[in-house]
Design a protein around this ligand. Sequence first.
Ligand code: AMP
Length: 360
Amino acid sequence: MRVGILGAGQLGRMIALAGYPLGIDCIFLGGGQDSPAGQVSRILPGGLDDNAQLDALAAQSDVVTFEFENVPVDALQRAAGGAPVHPSVDALAAGQDRLEEKRLLRSAGIPTAPYVAVSEAADLGRAEAKLGWPQVLKARRLGYDGKSQRIVHSTAELAAAWSELNRVPSIAEGWVRFEREVSLIGVRGAGGQTAFYPLSENVHTQGILSTTVAPYDDPDLQLTAEAWLSALMNRFDYRGVLTVEFFHTDAGLVANEIAPRVHNSGHWTIEGAETSQFENHLRGVLGLPLGSTATRGHAAMLNLIARMPDPTAILTIPGAHLHDYGKQPRPGRKLGHCTLLRPTRTEALKALNQLKSATT
Ligand code: AMP
């Protein structure tokens, strides 16, 4: 079995590593030999705009998938000419435009932050009346990890922020007063089989995921979120992993973002679940039976951003798991993560503090 993957970052690397025990071979396009995926798997030369290489990848693959959501739709469409593609081109496209994403969520009955589409100067005035302050201005396309977004407190700041974004089509979102941020990761396989991990609780710093603790044990929220993900997955006849990030507010869950792929908030599943999100993504796209999402205790995951710490400090903690993505350090860049499993949530929270002290 061979899976062709567009994109070659750490998510691709962890998909490839999950494939090895099952004899699943992953080949990549969209990075160099030194990319996180290129270091552990075969990678074709060229970029995602190289039609000959897209054709070559599809010709060698039983199925083609992708590992980041800004893969050009044209590239996935081209690959679809030579092999089945999962998740579908439509699912990829829906997650690439924040306005389409909001419309999709609302049409499925899933609450979102109030928003105003900003495509001309006149829209800026409408935002104040509809959303109040503060607001978050986000470019509709190509934003991730808090990039291409600004928090604003007045129409003047909103106008200035939109200029800073070069007046690209954007949305202004009302500020959501949340108690916590959580995400749900689900997987759908052949014949509509689904499986869901428990909700994960996430903390972001400057728009970048910093920590995850799971499971976030709330059976009512879990059921609600699973029903919503099922509705989205059915709409696209989805195959593979789908993630939705939520704000947990007084009024319940409010969806923030859809990612049609494996997700940073599910890295704990490598050690903390019977089957990792990466293996389940491969199973889903290949039409294999899905694996159990049962947990093996409570997991605490810490992202390693901008600088890799001394590995010894982490590895001396009993039970610590360290993942180094093989990337060059850069401000704001995710370079690795570490995970600890503990029998209770209280112990997992303590473990998170241990990880934090070991990495600063
Ligand atoms: P995003 O790129 O949309 O995932 O946003 C990154 C992070 O910014 C989120 O995880 C939140 O912590 C924060 N954020 C984004 N949108 C809002 C909002 N409308 N209200 C409050 N916080 C937000």
